[in-house]
Design a protein around this ligand. Structure first.
Ligand code: UDX
Length: 439
């Protein structure tokens, strides 16, 4: 089998590398020549554990290559995956599909008319996009032999390769036997490990992706609100999450209370689904509320740090551990730190911070921050220390050293990575999310 993957962002690059690992000859295409040059040198433009080895191995075996030449890349392939970006459109929150449609047009002009080809939308695209892609291809060039499929990707940043290779399920929107056969052949290794495959229509497949992300964002937002309630009534959200999550109907995952969800998917996809639903006259009010609560939550987190600093951070030095939206990524998109840090600075604090992977990305987004070489440098001489991202290396800090380096041992743990009793025993004034504070 041969495929072309258009777009070498997270989804495109990971999918391309993983399909090549499945034995499919894969060409990844991107307009950005410098990115393609870097990939051809074996440099990976994103931070994703294990991806460098996977790319190197398959490139060496001749199954994976990178080019800017879309027309050459789609010659003789069985399928073309469109994995370009679908950012939120400024102003109305709808997904911006201009890159998807432009790619569809270019593909149509380059396809071999004598060869049946499946065009697959891999990017997260609103309901109706697949059908529009088919219309654009048919209109751009008549006589092509093709079908359009929807095959949304559910991978998480930081666990992308495992998520692709051993997914809970694969969702495929395909409406002809020929298209289904091509998709089945591409995913053969997953059939062999008995991964559930959901075959459905284009619209259903497109909606599954949005409904999945929105449901998870709702689950997180629910537990975040329960955490606030726990603080008021003296309950412990960790135990509440465990107690409800053990009910198989609820499930334990995505019940970790924190600073609010961020990243490249949840904020954008919840907004796009809410807009689509409102536009067709079937509003998803629960989703509209989730979006509103999460935005406010991220903004309110600075207030917790101010409260821990006895009501004012003016002239104080605040240490921050972790700025990326979650661990194991350098991604800063919609990270809670982008709301928290500027607010602390506005209130007169000096912020010094450390992140294992995100500082380069964060530098231009968070001006005025003193960037530190390691966690202990970010802790030195601070009045309050706040953990915003739960990187593993922050879970095992030398607490004696932390306490001695700080002006006052005040820790705000927005990810609940420490135990309140342990922190109290170690001499800290400790606040976390949805659990009793300790002095
Ligand atoms: C998500 C989906 O999980 C994935 O299926 C989809 O393809 C893309 O979007 P990702 O954005 O990489 O993946 O990260 P994820 O691990 O899902 O976390 C998203 C956000 O939710 C992060 O900000 C994280 O901190 C937050 N989160 C997650 C919580 O606050 N609590 C949780 O229990 C889980």
């Amino acid at each position: 089998m041969r495929i072309a993957v258009i777009g070498t962002g997270y989804v495109g690059l990971v999918s391309g590398a993983c399909f090549s690992e499945f034995g499919v000859t894969t060409v990844c295409v991107d307009k950005d020549a410098s990115k393609i040059e870097r990939l051809n040198r074996g440099e990976i433009p994103i931070f994703e554990p294990g991806l460098d080895d996977l790319v190197a191995k398959n490139a060496k075996a001749g199954r994976l290559s990178f080019t800017t030449d879309l027309a050459a890349a789609v010659k003789g392939v069985d399928a073309v995956f469109i994995a370009v970006g679908t950012p939120s459109r400024r102003g109305d929150g709808h997904a911006d599909l201009s890159y998807v449609y432009a790619a569809a047009q270019e593909v149509a002009l380059a396809l071999d008319p004598d060869r049946y080809t499946v065009i697959v939308t891999k990017s997260t695209v609103p309901v109706g996009t697949g059908r529009e892609v088919a219309r654009i291809i048919g209109e751009t060039r008549s006589g092509l032999d093709f079908d359009v499929c929807s095959n949304p990707e559910f991978l998480r940043e930081g666990a992308a390769i495992a998520d692709f290779m051993r997914p809970d399920r694969v969702v495929i929107g395909a409406e002809s036997d020929r298209a289904r056969a091509v998709m089945k052949a591409l995913y053969r290794p997953l059939y062999l490990i008995e991964t559930p495959i959901v075959m459905t229509s284009l619209e259903t497949s497109e909606l599954i992706k949005y409904a999945a992300n929105t449901f998870l964002a709702t689950k997180i937002t629910f537990i975040n609100e329960v955490a606030d309630l726990c603080e008021k009534v003296g309950a412990n959200v960790h135990d509440v999450a465990k107690g409800i999550g053990l009910d198989g109907r609820i499930g334990r995952k995505f019940l970790h209370a924190g600073a609010g969800y961020g990243g490249s998917c949840f904020p954008k996809d919840t907004l796009a689904l809410a807009r689509t639903a409102a536009d067709v006259g079937s509003p998803l009010r629960i989703v509209e509320t989730v979006i509103d609560i999460n935005d406010k939550r991220k903004k309110s987190m600075a207030g917790r740090i101010v409260a821990a600093a006895n009501g004012t951070v003016e002239g104080k030095r605040i240490g921050i551990l972790g700025v990326t939206f979650k661990p194991n990524t350098d991604d800063m998109r919609d990270a809670p730190s982008l709301d928290i840090i500027p607010e602390l600075q506005r209130l007169g604090a000096t912020v010094q911070a450390y992140d294992p992977a995100g500082m380069q990305e964060a530098e231009h987004l968070l001006p005025g921050v003193v960037w530190c070489a390691d966690a202990y440098a970010a802790i030195q001489d601070t009045d309050v220390l706040a953990i915003i991202t739960e990187w593993n290396e922050f879970r095992a800090l030398d607490l004696d050293r932390v306490r001695r380096s700080m002006k006052a041992p005040v820790l705000v743990d927005l990810r609940n990575i420490y135990n309140p009793d342990d922190m109290s025993a170690a001499g800290f004034t400790y606040t976390s999310i949805g659990r009793p504070a300790r002095r």
